[in-house]
Design a protein around this ligand. Sequence first.
Ligand code: SAH
Ligand code: SF4
Ligand code: F3S
Length: 460
Amino acid sequence: MIYQSVSRKSEASPIPLTRKAAYGAPQRTREVGGAGTACIRTFGCQMNVHDSDRMRRMIRDAGYAEVDAYEDADMVILNTCYVRENAVDRVRGHLGELVRLKREGRVKKVALTGCIGAAEESRELQDQYGIDLVLGTHNTYELAEFVGLPTMAETFTPELPGTEGETSAFITIMTGCNYQCSYCIVPSVRGRMICRPLENVVDEVERLVASGTSYVTLLGQTVDAWRDPSGDGKRFCDLLERVADVAPRVWFTTSHPSNMEDRTLRAIGEKPTIVTRLHLPVQSGSDRMLKIMHRGYKAERYRRKIEVFRENVPGGTLSTDIIVGHPGETERDHEETLKLVEDCGFDSAYVFKFSPRRGTEAAQMGEDVPPDLAQRRFMQVLRAIEQGAFERNQRKVGNEEEIYIRHGRAEGGKAIGETWSGHAVHVATSKATSVSPGDYVRARIESAGPHVLYAGEPIA
Ligand code: SAH
Ligand code: SF4
Ligand code: F3S
């Protein structure tokens, strides 16, 4: 395929949020930076990254200049994750530092938003660290008032606009989750599923593409559970196909094996604009554990889905999430997970040690797996994944690939991109071959590790 450069506009100014009907009054005009400086730190998943984009627009509209370091910020927003205890530990560390900076008179206001904000524990943190504002995931719009913008009427969260003019963008197609997995806090901090109408999503994609975006990712906790709220029977695959006709490059995450339709898997192989990477969390290879977890499928269904994917998407990549050490997990369950890992040939996986979350079923189950055993199982699954991924990646050495550039030039003169199968690639660049985000280049894969492919300089 030919070297191709798509239109880029990474520094475009955001469209004021006040253009949305959801605002009660016209936008205040202020010079950027006139309101002071603000720093946003994001923890957790892409949902939070996207919510941070929206908050970024609010603070820019309010006239704040964004800074990277806490020391330089008048206001700090921590957009937090609650999915595992270590996510909370990290935030505690940041809050401790912010208390110190506040005492020294450098930081003036601290806001905590996101999933911790939606949990009971946020009250304890607010008292302990003197946080000025706590917002959950359903009232993010209240930040507008806090930063000096007109009060924003309550708005349907998925419709809060993100950032336009970026090379790649996230688009929320649904929020919340209707599952009740035994271990998971997400439904209680993000609420039940709300799907965004198809036309509304397509409109946003069209606007983004017109503003220079060349890569859109459809977001949600279980995107394949999406249904058009109009009740017209449209399902995720219909939405995906429409978006794939409008956007030059499309990906989606996360999917649930119970909702994944074969026709979606076929569409990934058929539509040339869909990145051929499937992220399908399995959690465990044992039917007994899948039942305890309330996942709603058996390992056999998962394997079948993967077969359909492999048949219809040759060269596609597959990733997953796995939890080890869930209460009640036996050695036999663990071996079944290892077997599934071997059979499915994952290209990558997020492996997690079970972390008890207050208020979830699993936190009260008893039958805890001792920490050293959980650690041993964790390492075994991780090694099996890495071993398999390394072997699969080695087979790609020598291939010439079309690579979408995500970051022009990082350390060591390498650009960072991804193949059409969504595989991360470092591309060698020199002055003669400088590349920018959004470019497509062709390059030969020269070596590979378990996580990343390394390509030579782009072929002219
Ligand atoms: N909605 C997505 C994932 C949401 S959370 C899905 O259903 O696949 C991302 C991942 O975190 C989950 O897939 C799971 O593997 C992990 N996770 C969630 N709660 C956890 C907990 N209490 N302990 C350890 N890992 C957890
Ligand atoms: Fe959590 Fe399960 Fe919903 Fe995923 S599907 S967000 S793991 S409850
Ligand atoms: Fe974390 Fe909330 Fe995402 S708990 S994983 S940031 S939905």
